[in-house]
Design a protein around this ligand. Structure first.
Ligand code: SAM
Length: 233
């Protein structure tokens, strides 16, 4: 038996919820939500009324132990995040680990997540890729970018709008301005936009176009022929 279901929710378009996701949300005892207000709106839209309990990054450690105790007594939970697949750049990993460590079982349903459509839309090779989530904001940021300089697989990053320019500039500096990339903005939403080009072209584009909404950045890996700028100068 499953004690914890991880249930993906839409990343914009409310139609992107599976029939099974709805069934599971209706069947569990309690729904754990990163933000009970955000998830409350979705559940209302789906006509699901279930006890909602907050489960966010700030109480993850402490909450996991209590929740596992309740699961041992037979309660069945679903975890949802604000958008997309729980535990992907969202809270959930610690709970999954705690549940498995206690001998109980988890199941993640397939469903919306931002990086898959971004990767496929980019047109960059997707047979091998590396998902890096968010780059560290300050400490360790440079080291992380440097660690990707020799990466030959396509690289996927989550990014906030106000850091996009800085990130594009730092990546152009490290990888060279002619490296190909794609910025996917507002995926599944009314104003979805996928801008493809070299890092230099992307910087130029966003100097004259507003950067609004949510963003995934996909960057080509280093090709064997292509030398990084540091080697050519
Ligand atoms: N759990 C989510 C998933 O499965 O993709 C990711 C959550 S993370 C806190 C939020 C980030 O995901 C955003 O900053 C953005 O990089 C990306 N994201 C989420 N929704 C998006 C969308 N509709 N379009 C583009 N990027 C999105």
């Amino acid at each position: 038996p499953i004690s914890l279901y991880l249930v993906p929710t839409p990343i914009g378009n409310l139609k992107d919820i599976t029939i099974r996701a709805i069934e599971v949300l209706k069947s569990v005892d309690v729904i754990l939500a990163e933000d009970t207000r955000t998830s409350g709106i979705l559940l209302k839209h789906l006509d699901i009324s279930k006890p909602l309990q907050s489960y966010h990054i700030f109480n993850e450690h402490k909450a996991a132990g209590n929740l596992v105790e309740r699961m041992k007594r037979g309660e069945i939970f679903a975890l949802v995040s604000d958008a997309g697949t729980p535990a992907i750049s969202d809270p959930g990993f610690l709970l999954v680990r705690a549940v498995l460590a206690s001998g109980l079982d988890v199941q993640c349903l397939p469903g919306p997540t931002a990086f898959v459509p971004a990767l496929v839309n980019s047109g960059l090779p997707n047979d091998r890729f590396v998902f890096e989530g968010f780059l560290p904001h300050k400490k360790g940021r440079k080291t992380r970018i440097e660690s990707l300089m020799e990466e030959t697989r396509t690289i996927i990053l989550y990014e906030s709008t106000h850091r996009l320019m800085k990130t594009l500039e730092q990546l152009a500096e490290a990888f060279g301005p002619t490296r190909q990339g794609c910025v996917s903005r507002e995926l599944t939403k009314l104003h979805e936009e996928n801008v493809r080009g070299t890092l230099e072209e992307l910087i130029e584009y966003y100097q004259t176009h507003p950067i609004k909404g949510e963003i995934v950045l996909v960057i080509a890996g280093k090709s064997e022929k292509q030398e990084s700028r540091n080697q050519t100068t």
